[in-house]
Design a protein around this ligand. Structure first.
Ligand code: FEO
Length: 396
């Protein structure tokens, strides 16, 4: 259902209630998502972003509720990723003479995706396009989260359309932040930040400073996923500043997999050591847990404690994706440790420690190995390890 955000500005996007995996199978979206596109009617008619192609008919039907799509003069593609751009060909069939406004990198990407001779206008930070009673002002925002990303600001209405930044994979019946469950909203906003934006945190901080220094009054922040921030919109900007500073809680996450329960017993004993020092922790068996939910917990915790038995002279394959996330997401200000059972060769702890080193996560100890099933003495060492990690967390 089309929603008028403010006079002459409409949400014409779609809600994808069924979405459970995004980026192929990479990202879990337990609460669905939305693809937000915005229509601005002034002397010129402007469409800001489109939606994922399976929903293009709904987008066009929504636009029709406001105007005939052939009357679109300008399509702004703030970001070329397919979830926002893949209905462009359908829109351009209706409005073949519409100007496609993009960043320089956006043009490369849009042309690479669609191979169409559309009329492009490349913009950079500070460029303006007058659309009648107001202007569009563009702000390049590279790596938030692709090199092509830009924001579009609408003068007069003071709207900032930020594409993925400040978004959430959160399908709801309502369009605005004050209409939804705040706990769910922030859970999804944090999961989105942790899994997508963490490696670009320094750029997030710089971009926020740059926008604040432009003295653009922002009354509403309109991301391309989830709800629109109309009530106290700068609350999500402040949250991003906090998240981007990567100051973890004084807590720990223990992540493991196990073959015959020995590594699980070690995980739980380490947890007992943490609890003895009053440090909060969570334990995840990666074999039965959602990887992206674990990443959201890792993002918030100071200590990351990883356990695997030795398997084929390596680690259990189920551990590899989360290790890859630790490398790719470039978490800062973490400490780590490794543990695991073994029967014969016993490489797993060294492999995990080497990986922590690659991730620039400082290992608190050499880690703990237990041969076959852990004995009481092994479990006591695990408790001591938990206490040692707890003390490092508390003194951080
Ligand atoms: Fe929502 Fe980077 O696409």
């Amino acid at each position: 259902m089309v929603t008028e955000i403010t006079k002459g500005v409409y949400w014409v996007g779609v809600v994808d209630w069924a979405l459970r995996k995004f980026h192929g199978q990479e990202l879990s979206t337990h609460r669905g998502s939305s693809y937000n596109a915005y229509l601005i009617t002034d002397k010129k008619t402007v469409l800001i972003d489109t939606v994922w192609k399976p929903f293009q008919d709904q987008l066009i039907a929504n636009i029709r509720e406001v105007i005939d799509p052939k009357n679109i003069d300008i399509v702004v593609a703030n970001h070329a990723e397919i979830d926002h751009s893949s209905s462009l060909p359908a829109i351009m069939q209706y409005a073949p003479n519409a100007k496609v406004v993009v960043s320089q990198r956006g043009r490369e990407s849009i042309e690479g995706h669609f191979h169409q001779p559309w009329g492009f206008e490349v913009v950079k930070t500070g460029d303006k396009i007058n659309i009648g009673s107001s202007d569009l002002i563009f702000v390049e925002a590279p790596m938030l989260h692709w090199p092509d990303t830009m924001f579009t600001y609408l003068t007069g209405k003071n709207l900032l359309m930020t594409n993925d930044a400040f978004g959430q994979h959160y399908a709801t019946a309502f369009r605005f932040n004050d209409q939804v469950n705040q706990e769910e909203l922030y859970e999804e906003a944090l999961k989105y930040y942790a899994n997508i934006l963490t490696p670009f945190s320094s750029m997030v901080l710089k971009k926020i400073e740059e926008i604040l220094s432009m003295n653009l009054r922002v009354d509403i922040i309109m991301p391309s996923h989830g709800v629109i921030w109309r009530t106290d919109p700068l609350q999500i900007v402040a949250k991003y500043q906090d998240w981007a500073s990567q100051k973890p809680y004084k807590s720990a996450v223990i992540i493991y997999d196990t073959m015959w329960e020995g590594t699980r017993l070690m995980a739980e004993a380490i947890g007992e050591g943490l609890a003895a020092e009053n440090v909060q922790y969570k334990i995840f068996n990666v074999g039965v847990s959602d990887r992206n939910d674990i990443v959201a917990e890792v993002f918030q915790a100071k200590a990351i404690i990883l356990g695997s038995p030795t398997f084929n002279q390596g680690i259990l394959p189920t551990m590899s994706p989360i290790l890859e996330d630790l490398r790719g997401l470039k978490f800062q200000n973490k400490i780590g440790a490794a543990f695991g059972c073994y029967g014969w060769s016993g490489e797993s702890v060294k492999i995990i420690n080497d990986h922590l080193n690659i991730c620039k996560i400082e290992s608190v100890t050499q880690g703990i190995r237990a041969k076959w099933q852990p004995k009481l003495d092994d479990l006591n060492k695990c408790r001591e390890l938990g206490q040692k990690i707890a003390n490092a967390v508390l003194s951080s």
